[in-house]
Structures are given as structure tokens and as C-alpha cells.
Design a protein around this ligand. Structure first.
Ligand SMILES: C[S@@+](CC[C@H](N)C(=O)[O-])C[C@H]1O[C@@H](n2cnc3c(N)ncnc32)[C@H](O)[C@@H]1O
Length: 328
């Protein structure tokens, strides 16, 4: 069964979510386009010799530019909780960092960003001058149906960023209480029809386990009132986002990551965070105000030209603060 209106209806959204682009060799490959790159480099105030932690190294887009900016003599410590994506980071950093890598050391780790002290120690370091967290999922994860993040292609209902983690979206949905599911959809997905969807999930799983992304997407759509089935975004977008955030405990990880960053930064160090979700941004704003000196009063957002090139940047907010010393 096709989703209402057929797959084509949300084609624009596929592109906006997944940033497929021509690779330099002309092949059609998914490429993760780093958001707010120029702004991130500016607020981090990079210079040669600095130690920088990229806690969400992903495909290495930001990391590559950082490695160049801190050479010679700098160290880039990259972390990601997804071991598969680190393969892409390694490739990106060895290819272009080429010139830089001779002079900026790169050290990559399969760890959550809350463990950045451990990654620094493994690289023989005790503190960082800068930390970057670029939250959410990478297009490289969204683009692979077998990872189960996308409602646009059928795949196992997985959604784990770290494939070693125990809880998948399918196992979470099999046991979560109706009330908790509704609250999650409402709080993490801003889904107005959270109660109807939660009820439909609980009823459906009595008949058959929910194990596929297409199955869940169709279930969500069928639970919505007719008027809510057609909109600017795919009607399952909010539910998928909320379930992904719950399965990966993204808000809990963010809080732990912010605390780890402050504990690792040397005096005068800077922490920059790019978020895509209002709850994340609120948490980041409050944390940076409470513990540091914000570099800009308002969050930096993408300019129209960037949004045009990379629609995913539309909801990005960049905040940065200096720790242990007032901003000059
Ligand atoms: C938006 S992508 C980062 C893209 C990267 N800045 C680039 O330019 O290619 C987010 C990445 O963060 C990773 N991630 C999310 N939460 C994490 C956590 N708590 N610890 C470590 N990595 C995490 C994801 O696996 C994903 O690869």
C-alpha cells in the first residue's frame, strides 16, 4: 500500500531531509552537507595549535574544515556513537585533511559525546580548547533504509544511532505504555494528534508486532484525521522524530554532553552547539547562560542562500559560549 497521495507527494521532503547531492566524481551518492559551517568556524574562533573536540563528527564535514583551521600543531578529537558513520569520517578526514593531517593530528573514537574526556585521554590529552556538538542524525543515516530512520523507504524499525545499543524502535514500541507514548509524541514531536496515534499503535501491536518503518508510517497516517494527512511535511515526520529521540535518549545525552564539555574545556574555552529541535535549543540556551558567557545574544541561523542549497539548515540554531573567562 502506498502512503496517501503516493510517494511522489513528499518528494521535496526526501531531498530536504536527506541532502542527496552529486559527489565530486559525478556519482549519485548521499553527501552530508555541514550546516552553518562558516558561522560555526567564526564563533569557535579557531587558530593553529588548538585542541578541538568534535563530539558529533558524522561524515566529517565540520571536522574537515576545523582540521584545516587548527593546522599546524592542532589536534582534532572526533567522536560519534555510530561506528558505521565513523568510516565516512575517516575517509573525509584522510582525503582532504591530506595537507592538514600532516600538521593537525586527527583522533577518531566510537564513543558518545558524554565520554569526551575518555576520548581526550586516549589521544594523550587532558583538556580541549573548543567543543562542537552538531545534534541529530546525519543524512548518511537517514539515507540507509536498513537503519530504520526514514519513513520514505521500507526497512526494519531500528533507529539506533549506536548499533550496539539494546533498545530498537521496534522493541521500544512493543512495550511502551500508551500514555508514555502519547506524551513522547507530543513533547518530542510536537504531534497534536499524539493520543490518537498512541491508541492506534497499542491496538495494532495486539494484532501484530510493529517491526517495519513503512508499517509504522502507514499506521500513523491511518490514525490521523483526514485533514491532517496532507501538509507541507509527511504526516509521519513528527512521530518518527519523537520515537528516534526517545530510543536514543537524545535529550538525556545532550544534558550529559554539555556537562562533559564544560568539565573538559580549558579556561577561556568555547562550546558551540547546533540544534534542530526547540526542546534541544531551550536546553542549550539555558545551560550556556547558566554556566558560560554567550558569544552572541541570539542564536545564529542559516541565511536564505544556505536554506536554498540545503533545506535541512532551515531549522538549525547555533549557540556558542565562552567558559571560565569573560568574552573579550
Ligand atoms: C548532524 S550529524 C553531524 C554531521 C557532522 N557535523 C558533519 O559535518 O558531517 C550528527 C551526528 O552525531 C552523531 N550523534 C548523535 N548523538 C550523539 C552522541 N550522543 N554522541 C556521539 N555522537 C552522536 C550521529 O550519529 C550523527 O553522526
Amino acid at each position: 500500500m502506498l502512503l496517501p497521495g503516493g510517494q511522489g507527494m513528499w518528494q521535496r521532503n526526501v531531498v530536504s531531509n536527506q541532502d542527496s547531492r552529486m559527489a565530486v566524481d559525478g556519482s549519485r551518492q548521499p553527501v552530508h552537507v555541514p550546516v552553518l559551517l562558516r558561522e560555526t568556524l567564526e564563533v569557535l574562533d579557531l587558530r593553529p595549535g588548538l585542541v578541538v573536540v568534535d563530539g558529533t563528527v558524522g561524515a566529517g564535514g565540520h571536522a574537515r574544515a576545523i582540521a584545516v583551521a587548527i593546522a599546524p600543531g592542532g589536534v582534532l578529537v572526533g567522536l560519534d556513537r555510530d561506528s558505521e558513520i565513523l568510516v565516512s569520517a575517516r575517509a573525509a578526514l584522510s582525503a582532504e585533511a591530506g595537507a592538514a593531517s600532516a600538521e593537525a593530528r586527527v583522533s577518531l573514537h566510537h564513543l558518545p559525546f558524554r565520554a569526551m574526556r575518555q576520548a581526550l585521554a586516549a589521544a594523550g590529552l587532558t583538556a580541549a580548547d573548543r567543543v562542537l556538538l552538531d545534534l541529530g542524525v546525519s543524512s548518511l543515516q537517514l539515507d540507509r533504509p536498513e537503519r530504520g530512520f526514514s519513513f520514505m523507504a521500507d526497512g526494519p524499525l531500528d533507529m539506533r544511532m549506536d548499533s550496539d545499543a539494546e533498545v530498537t524502535a521496534a522493541s521500544w514500541l512493543a512495550t511502551v505504555g500508551e500514555r508514555e507514548l502519547a506524551d513522547t509524541l507530543f513533547q518530542l514531536g510536537d504531534e497534536r494528534h499524539s493520543r490518537r496515534i498512541a491508541r492506534a499503535v497499542v491496538e495494532a501491536r495486539r494484532r501484530t508486532p510493529i517491526t517495519r518503518t513503512r508499517q509504522l508510517a502507514e499506521l500513523v497516517v491511518s490514525a490521523l484525521p483526514a485533514a491532517a494527512r496532507h501538509g507541507r511535511i509527511h504526516p509521519a515526520t513528527r512521530s518518527f522524530q519523537a520515537i528516534r529521540m526517545a530510543v536514543n535518549d537524545e535529550l538525556g545525552e545532550l544534558q550529559a554532553g554539555l556537562e562533559a564539555a564544560v568539565a573538559c574545556l580549558s579556561p577561556g574555552g568555547r562550546l558551540a552547539v547546533i540544534s534542530f529541535h526547540s526542546h534541544e535549543d531551550r536546553l542549550v540556551k539555558q545551560f550556556l547562560r547558566a554556566h558560560g558567557a554567550p558569544v552572541t545574544k541570539k542564536p545564529l541561523v542559516a541565511q536564505p542562500a544556505e536554506i536554498d542549497q540545503n533545506p535541512r539548515s532551515r531549522s538549525a540554531k547555533l549557540r556558542c559560549a565562552v567558559f571560565g573567562e569573560a568574552v573579550a
